[in-house]
Every structure is written in structure tokens, then in C-alpha cells.
Design a protein around this ligand. Structure first.
Ligand SMILES: NC(=O)C1=CN([C@@H]2O[C@H](COP(=O)(O)OP(=O)(O)OC[C@H]3O[C@@H](n4cnc5c(N)ncnc54)[C@H](OP(=O)(O)O)[C@@H]3O)[C@@H](O)[C@H]2O)C=CC1
Ligand SMILES: CC(=O)N[C@@H](CCC(=O)OP(=O)(O)O)C(=O)O
Length: 367
């Protein structure tokens, strides 16, 4: 099978190349770039030297020769390519936000400042968070070529940490708070002031507080999970690391799940809290037992970005605050893999009927 990548020279595109080059069902890769058209991928990314080589052509070349197309382009530029793929009868996996909001153009426009170019394409599009809507992805793909709106990196980590709490009746009421820290690759290859080495190394800072464009995507996911709008506060941080997103999610527990030890004054964790944490951990583990890429850590484990590096895993650890009133779910993903290219390949595997972990089953590198 030939897989195509439009925008192969961005960070997400290059990560797709790295992973798809080792995919057992992919025989050939077609790549495009506007800036480097006529050159070769190994001249733009030296990690490919001697291991993988492919010319960089046009998006048209890619679509014409591919059986499935990935787009790793900025928001708002990929729709014409999606349209051409639908006309040709091949699936289109979009890493931008253009197809993440189903037919809700108002929300997309409010947060991204753009209108849908081809609104009718949404009928063939589906949000691609397999743990949330695998059946929907499969059903649509069974009817013909599809467009996958590959999830945002922050929404992936946050949503997977919250989903079981909503489905298992652990969440009570009140605001769910998500503090997340991302590696600098999340900002793409184009350097900027905040990603310039002296200004991001050895420093961590929040950004877009109360106003990040991933907030509506997280809200939509929670709505799909529990059928109602939930109050959410999401604060992203830029962390001095290349890869990874660590999300710390505070989920108010339902009255029935608060422990007897609940008290306002801080005190060391009581046995009731340790026991309750173990019970909630079991519920999360049971909820995700058939998921190939979610690892609920054993009691005492703490999710960390370094433990999922270069892998498609989402690690989750569960904790309860000293008062017994709030579940603290910590999730870790690699923003370039489960947060982008790996999840896109997971979606390809689902729609093409391949093993879901084909090409993305590698064990993380700890360092
Ligand atoms: N980095 C991450 O962690 C994640 C990124 N994403 C999404 O993936 C997409 C790509 O992100 P990322 O790789 O980080 O970004 P980069 O800036 O690294 O790459 C984007 C690529 O798109 C191409 N491009 C830029 N402008 C245009 C244009 N107007 N028309 C056609 N091509 C263009 C460029 O390649 P060239 O000039 O060679 O054509 C560029 O290399 C974005 O939508 C991003 O939001 C999603 C999840 C996580
Ligand atoms: C560190 C950093 O800048 N991260 C990016 C999010 C990563 C990304 O590209 O967003 P999508 O997943 O929606 O494509 C940001 O905050 O805009």
C-alpha cells in the first residue's frame, strides 16, 4: 500500500515519515512539500540519512499515487486536498483542527477564525479518538472513504484521563481543572520568540491562560462522553523538553466516592484514601482493559512524560487529594506520537482494517 503525506517536512509530517517507514503494510511513501519541492526528505531531516530516502513532490503527486493520505498542515489549508481525496475515493487523515468539530462551524470559526471551505465534507468526516469513538470510525469507514479529524495533542491526554471518571460515576459536580505541560515540538518547526532556546530552556510558563483553542475540543469530548456540558478550566504550559505532554487533571469526586477521611485541613493520606485510590485505579484499569495504547499504572506509580517517549502510549496514574474530595488523574503522552502522528496511524489502521498497533507498537525509550 502507498501512503502519502502532505506537509511532510513539518515536525508532525516528519514523525509520520519515521513511523510509516517501518509500517508492515506500507510499501511506499509519497511525500510533499512546498518549501522543499524537488529535494529529498533526508536532506531536510538528517536522521533519515542512509535509512530512508524519498523525494519531495507536490500535493497533487501525493494524492494521485496514494491509497491513503495524511495531511500535516496548518489549520485552514487542507480542505481542498480532503475534497480531492474524497473525489478519488481514498481516505484523508487530517492532523489539523479543520475536521475536529463535526458540523459545528460556529465553534471552529470562533476559535480558529476561519470558515469551513467545503461544509459538505463533514458528512464523510469523523473525530479520531479511538478510545472514545472507535465504533463510529469503523462504521463510517465501512461505507467508503473517510476524513479523520485527528485529535489535538492536549485534548488527547486530558480526555483519556477524564473518560472513566465520567463513565464510572466517579465525577460529582464542579469544575474539572486540567493543567498540562507540553514539550516545545508541540509548537512546530517554525521558531518563534517563546520557542527560542534561551527563552524556553530552563524555564516553564503557562500560556493562553483561559483562552487556548483546545478548550472547546476538550469540552466537546466531555459532552460526547457524558451527554452534558461540564465546566472545564484548561491551562497549557510550555516545558523545557522536546517531546511529551503531562496533564494533571483535577476531578471533583461524587459524594458517594468521597472518603470518611475527607477533611479541610491538610493531613497525610489516610488508609481510607489509599484504599479508595486503589479501588478507583481498578475501575480505570477495567475501563481501559481492551485498549492497546492506554496503560493504567500500578498503585504508587506516577505518570511521567519520559516513560512514553517515542511511543503511542498514554500512561495514566490515579491519586486522591488529602481531603478525599478530588481525584487527581495524571496522564502522559508523547505529543508527536499519541498526540499526533501515532494516533493518525492508529486511525489509518482502524479504517484500513489492519492490526490497530501495526507500525506503532514500539516500547518507549526512557531516556
Ligand atoms: N507538533 C505537534 O505536537 C502537533 C501538531 N499537530 C498539527 O499538525 C499540523 C502540523 O503541525 P507541525 O508539524 O507541528 O507544524 P510545522 O510548522 O512543523 O509544519 C507544518 C508544515 O506545513 C507546511 N505548510 C505551512 N504552511 C503551508 C501552507 N499555507 N500551505 C501548504 N503547506 C504549508 C510546511 O511545509 P512546506 O513549507 O515544506 O510545505 C510546514 O512544514 C498542524 O495542524 C498542527 O496543529 C497536531 C498535533 C500535535
Ligand atoms: C507547545 C505548543 O505550542 N503546542 C501547541 C499545540 C500543539 C498543536 O500543534 O496543536 P494541535 O494538536 O491542535 O494541532 C499550541 O499550544 O498551540
Amino acid at each position: 500500500m502507498t501512503a502519502g503525506i502532505i506537509g511532510a517536512t513539518g515536525y508532525a509530517g516528519a514523525e509520520l515519515v519515521r513511523l510509516l517507514a517501518g509500517h508492515p503494510q506500507v510499501d511506499k511513501l509519497m511525500l510533499s512539500s512546498t518549501t522543499y519541492e524537488g529535494d529529498a526528505i533526508e536532506n531536510v531531516y538528517p536522521n533519515f540519512w542512509g535509512s530512508f530516502s524519498a523525494p519531495l513532490g507536490t500535493a497533487e503527486d501525493v494524492i494521485a499515487a496514494s491509497d491513503v493520505v495524511f495531511a500535516a498542515l496548518p489549520h485552514g489549508v487542507g480542505e481542498p486536498y480532503a475534497k480531492r481525496c474524497m473525489e478519488k475515493g481514498i481516505s484523508f487523515i487530517d492532523l489539523s483542527a479543520d475536521f475536529r468539530f463535526d458540523e459545528d462551524e460556529a465553534t471552529y470559526t470562533a476559535w480558529y477564525g476561519k470558515a469551513f471551505l467545503h461544509p459538505e465534507l463533514r458528512k464523510q468526516a469523523v473525530y479520531g479518538l479511538p478510545e472514545l469513538n472507535r465504533a463510529e470510525i469503523r462504521d463510517l469507514a465501512a461505507r467508503g472513504p473517510v476524513i479523520i479529524g485527528n485529535p489535538g495533542c492536549y485534548p488527547t491526554g486530558a480526555s483519556l484521563g477524564i473518560y472513566p471518571a465520567l463513565k464510572e460515576g466517579l465525577y460529582g459536580e464542579g469544575t474539572i481543572i486540567i493543567d498540562a505541560a507540553s514539550g516545545v515540538t508541540g509548537a512546530g518547526r517554525e521558531p518563534g520568540r517563546s520557542t527560542h532556546y534561551p527563552e524556553c530552556a530552563d524555564s516553564i510558563a503557562p500560556y493562553k491562560i483561559g483562552a487556548h483553542r483546545h478548550t472547546p475540543e476538550i469540552s466537546r469530548n466531555l459532552m460526547k462522553m457524558c451527554g452534558r456540558e461540564l465546566p472545564v478550566i484548561f491551562t497549557p504550559h510550555l516545558a523545557p523538553m522536546n517531546r511529551g505532554i503531562l496533564s494533571t487533571v483535577y476531578i471533583p469526586l461524587a459524594e458517594t466516592h468521597r472518603t470518611k477521611a475527607a477533611a479541610a485541613a491538610p493531613r497525610p493520606p489516610a488508609k481510607e484514601i489509599t484504599d479508595k485510590t486503589a479501588e478507583i485505579r481498578e475501575r480505570y484499569a477495567g475501563f481501559y482493559k481492551d485498549e492497546p495504547f492506554v496503560r493504567v499504572l500500578p498503585a504508587g506509580g506516577i505518570a511521567r512524560s519520559g516513560s512514553v517517549r517515542q511511543s503511542n502510549f498514554c500512561d495514566i496514574s490515579l491519586h486522591i487529594d488529602h481531603s478525599g474530595s478530588t481525584l487527581v488523574a495524571v496522564t502522559a503522552i508523547d505529543n508527536m506520537v499519541k498526540g499526533a502522528a501515532g494516533q493518525a496511524i492508529q486511525n489509518m489502521n482502524i479504517i484500513m482494517g489492519f492490526d490497530e498497533d501495526a507500525g506503532i507498537s514500539g516500547i518507549p525509550s526512557l531516556f
